[in-house]
Design a protein around this ligand. Structure first.
Ligand SMILES: [Zn+2]
Length: 313
């Protein structure tokens, strides 16, 4: 790494803080230990209880499918440049900087598949643990992007679908109960029977394995509370709010790029008028990437259908 081009840190993921999210023995609905390991699978007790709960079952299965698509989309559009390092005290960690639009990157995996956990501890990753670790890295600092790009799909598959048991969905921004993250987005889903759930497409980066968590539990365990047990910060927005905000911002700041029909996320190369990170400044660059996701939002439904059919584009 050149000293004139400093690595812009967008959060730092430390292996020892995300271990619960890469454990294939953990049920991703109830956190209990499953009888056999699996990537994103649930325990037999949860399978039984879902069988007698059609509403939750619909939500769970739709969420699973959308999550798989989201991961595939992140993998397909990965342009961030990850840097992996190991320190004797804190173990393996990853940071990244934003790359060039369209320039596909790979995720770095530790040498010999061995994760250093610090203080002389290490673990050899199984194939399932590696898959889960990739999901963690793909989600890092991508909570806002998940909100942007998945809002449309949630609208179509959870609100407009006549079979869906969902009454409403909000986008929420809060301070999580986490040692380093101070800002996090997720969805809040209310069923027709009034039950509420946090629906989390980017929680793995915080070491939280669950895609779906009952809202009262999420509120008490995953949201930072003050002494009176009230959230320190919790903002609720209508579904689609954040995508619209990012698009508006894009129109103001990137009007010179706007004329090109280009989305910053799926295109193979940067358009004319694009200014690279070094000249543009980090803040602008982040907004550019967000704007790309906002632009993609209009096409994401079609992409989802193509992905479902087993292809991509
Ligand atoms: Zn379970």
């Amino acid at each position: 790494m050149s000293t004139t081009s400093p690595l812009h840190l967008h959060g730092l993921i430390e292996a020892r803080t995300i271990l619960p999210a890469i454990d294939p023995q953990t049920c991703i609905l109830c956190l209990s230990t499953k009888s056999s390991p699996g990537v994103n699978t649930i325990c037999s007790a949860c399978t039984t209880s879902l069988a007698s709960d059609p509403a939750l079952s619909f939500l769970h299965h739709t969420a699973q499918e959308l999550y798989a698509f989201w991961i595939a989309l992140l993998r397909r559009t990965l342009t961030r440049e990850f840097e992996m390092s190991t320190c004797p005290k804190r173990g393996t960690s990853w940071s990244f900087k934003l790359g060039v639009p369209g320039a596909q990157k790979n995720l770095p995996m530790p040498a010999s598949d061995t994760l250093e956990l610090g203080q002389g501890e290490a673990m050899k990753l199984t194939a399932m643990e590696k898959d889960l670790l990739e999901e963690v890295l793909l989600q890092s600092m991508a909570c806002a992007e998940a909100i942007q790009v998945l809002a449309r799909l949630l609208q179509v598959h959870l609100l407009q679908d006549s079979q869906s048991p969902v009454q409403s969905i909000r986008e929420i921004l809060f301070e999580p109960a986490h040692p380093t993250c101070t800002n996090h987005w997720t969805f809040l889903v209310t069923l027709l029977d009034s039950r509420t759930y946090a629906l989390n497409f980017s929680d793995r980066q915080l070491g939280w394995p669950r895609l779906l968590v009952s809202w009262p539990e999420y509120l008490s365990k995953n949201i930072k509370l003050d002494e009176a047990q009230s959230p320190i910060r919790l903002q609720l927005f209508d579904l689609g709010y954040w995508c619209t905000e990012c698009w508006t911002e894009y129109c103001v700041r990137f009007h010179q790029v706007l004329e090109v029909d280009w989305d910053m996320v799926l295109e193979e190369r940067a358009p004319e008028g694009w200014v690279a990170e070094e000249e543009l400044g980090e803040r602008e660059r982040v907004k550019g990437e967000r704007a790309g996701w906002a632009r993609l939002e209009g096409r994401v439904e079609k992409l989802f259908e193509v992905w479902r059919e087993g292809g991509w584009r």
